[in-house]
Write a protein that binds this ligand. Sequence first.
Ligand code: G1P
Ligand code: ZN
Length: 544
Amino acid sequence: MAIISIPSSPFDDQKPGTSGLRKKVTIFQQEHYLENFVQSTFNSLGDITGKTLVVGGDGRFHNEHAVQVILKMASANGFARVIVGQNGLLSTPAASVVIRKNNAFGGIILSASHNPAGPNGDFGIKYNIGNGGPAPENITSSIFSNTQTISSYLTLDEADINLNNIGTQQLGKMVVDIIDSVSDYAELMAELFDFDAISTLLADSSFNMCFDAMHAITGPYAKEILENQLGAKPGTVINGTPLTDFGGGHPDPNLTYAKELVDVMFADNAPTLGAASDGDGDRNMILGDNFFVTPSDSLAIMAANANCIPAYKNGLSGIARSMPTSQAPDRVAEKLGIECHETPTGWKFFGNLLDAERATLCGEESFGSGSNHIREKDGLWAVLYWLNILAVREQSIADIVMQHWQEYGRNYYTRHDYEAIPSDIAKQLMTELEQKLPELVGLTLADRTVKYSDNFSYLDPVDHSVSKNQGLRIGFEDGSRIIFRLSGTGTEGATLRVYIEAYESDPDMLGQNTQQALSKLINLADNLAGITTLTGRTEPTVIT
Ligand code: G1P
Ligand code: ZN
């Protein structure tokens, strides 16, 4: 065994985005590309000698190769132990569980989340810290600086190890523990939820469920927990075998991409509950019989029903949501008399609030929710949460949601995405819009008065760090909002996200079609930002 130092030189495109470094597989396949990023990560972590690292990914194309590269580099850089999911597989939430359970120093997660996979698809890598959550900005910035000056990396002159063999192996001076990818995660879920009540519900012949794993990582987790442990009918989990190209699909659980599930749930005799998760298992979509639950509403309803769930029935310390997420959860927090936090987009901003016990539940409009049980969002956890609510309340999903609106009012909400816009046009659009913002305050637009319009900046109440430029906001006196931001996870040109929200409390106006209810604000957003004029797009690529 020999540790070798390989000379290398910087790539100029290794700045981590909303969730680590995401690029086309072909970019990652360039000689030294992955290695540079891994070495830069290790270089930003201080003394790692003797420490434990967790490694796993969503199983997409390039996953196993990347695991082998990381293992050799971890050994050469002095880690004492690496814990790896069998065959290099760990869902993102499971990786967070394993980091926390083993008090590991940190972990490397290989995933491009919901982005398509395969040789022409995307790949990604991110570092999580010892609390199990995504590295905060001071670490990601340091990784980026290291990528700009790197001149060599350390690795081992060794053969690959067998990632299929559960148990302990030696790699140089380092121990590699290959673990079952599912069991630690499944064990934690059984501690949080009332598995007996959920089993009783699933055994009821009138209750049917369909879980779409979208050919991605959640399949084995969902089959083990839902079918094997909770007794859901065989076949409840569809597309449950993870494929390296996710079956050629786009494993993003939303109304556009989870079409197979949506067709099942909006047909006659649809199941009681439909759910889907994304490529790496941290997102979720919840559907009832012919009914879609908006992720922001899902978070609000989970919070309002925390008393149904063993792990949360003693009360929530607070709720945190990303800025573009609708304000529905705020109303629940207010009623419960607990803190409510508004953070920038990206799960990394929830870590401090969870660690400081200032939030118990967190969520984003982008089909993500989670809690203090780990430091990532968690797709299957959200599904179990809903199952537990259904087991206690014995009502349909639509009834639960509509009852929630009756009590709290409804935050009509939509997100319009314009994908693959030329980056210079997207920048121009945002710059010109930002210049206009100061003049908007006090104007009446779309029958509403503008209360504030700014570029969102976040002051972390725990470590007092400031994150600027987190999205352009136009807020109205009646609580409605239009928000514009550019995606930090895309790999082709720029993606413009426009988030639109309006609150309605009139009991007779709660059942409108969302796009119609928001149509004036949608037109206003287009006019203000000049979307059609600048991009030539007359409609969004994806509406959620
Ligand atoms: C998107 C979502 C964001 C989520 C992130 C990672 O980021 O909008 O809420 O945290 O993916 O799953 P974006 O592409 O908008 O930067
Ligand atoms: Zn994901």
